[in-house]
Design a protein around this ligand. Structure first.
Ligand SMILES: Nc1ncnc2c1ncn2[C@@H]1O[C@H](COP(=O)(O)OP(=O)(O)OP(=O)(O)O)[C@@H](O)[C@H]1O
Ligand SMILES: C[C@H](N)[C@H](N)CCCCCC(=O)O
Ligand SMILES: [Mg+2]
Length: 236
């Protein structure tokens, strides 16, 4: 069974962090030292202690085996919640693929399993030449595709699937994440995607119950991650 994964999605805000956190919990259930990694995070807030945080990193940290230093989980954190290469240009700190790889390898030496969460969709740029897909290729990780179940997701899922295959990466599976209670004809969309994507279907996450929903500028709760984990399986 693979223990390292690259989680991508059909778009930004489709539930990659929810699925990445749930995957980490599932790997930890197998008694593995599982940790999350984020190559680049964009968007910060101040927590109640006045510390600058990023929601995704805090969620991955919460799910992970041990409390990491933020720098170990994510080498680049930018303040504005915008495209990473734009944030990098604004802050005068261009993204370096080699530095991301070094950070990933450092975390790897302290982990038995690592779940990497991309930023936005698969082809989101990191600089003028490269994108998150190149990061996945550099890490040589099996990809897990999160499909945010909303109108338009069939096309987005199939486009992303083709893009991952074009980069010659193995696809460990895909997860359907129901973003809202009001997705019309959810089962029909699910069936359509299943018929066209031959990689394993790992589960359908229902809408999070109201009391588990994430508030802005806070990480997911452990309960929310556990709820998601109950509705999906690890790839074989
Ligand atoms: N199953 C679900 N039910 C209800 N709301 C959800 C569900 N999954 C995700 N959401 C909501 O959608 C938003 C985006 O989720 P999330 O942050 O996990 O997306 P992402 O793909 O990781 O985004 P990014 O590209 O910023 O990393 C969050 O506010 C979250 O609460
Ligand atoms: C800030 C946001 N939450 C994501 N981390 C980054 C999304 C970048 C999207 C870029 C794009 O495809 O236009
Ligand atoms: Mg995220």
């Amino acid at each position: 069974m693979p223990r390292h994964f690259f989680v991508t999605g059909t778009d930004t805000e489709v539930g990659k962090t929810l699925v990445a956190g749930a995957l980490i919990l599932k790997l930890r259930e197998l008694n593995l030292k599982a940790n999350g990694f984020k190559p680049v995070a964009a968007g910060t807030y101040r927590n109640e202690s006045g510390i600058t945080c990023n929601e995704d990193i805090e969620t991955l940290r919460l799910a992970s085996h041990f409390e990491h230093d933020v720098a170990l989980l994510c080498p680049y954190v930018f303040d504005q919640a915008i495209a990473p290469h734009v944030a990098a240009a604004i802050q005068g700190k261009p993204l370096d693929k080699a530095l991301i790889m070094k950070a990933f390898q450092t975390l790897n030496t302290q982990s038995e399993a690592v779940v990497v969460e991309g930023a936005g969709g698969f082809l989101v740029p990191i600089n003028e030449q490269e994108d998150l897909g190149h990061i996945a290729q550099m890490m040589q990780l099996p990809v897990i595709l999160v499909v945010g179940m909303r109108l338009g997701c069939i096309n987005h899922a199939l486009l992303t699937y083709e893009a991952i295959r074009a980069r010659n990466l193995p696809i460990a599976g895909w997860v359907a994440n129901t973003l809202s209670d009001e997705m019309p004809y959810l089962q029909e969309s699910l069936k359509t995607i299943k018929n066209r994507i031959s990689s394993p279907f790992l589960g359908l996450i229902p809408p999070l119950p109201a009391h588990f929903r994430k508030l802005p500028n806070t990480p997911y709760s452990l309960k929310a991650l556990q709820f998601a984990a109950q509705h999906m399986r690890l790839p074989e």
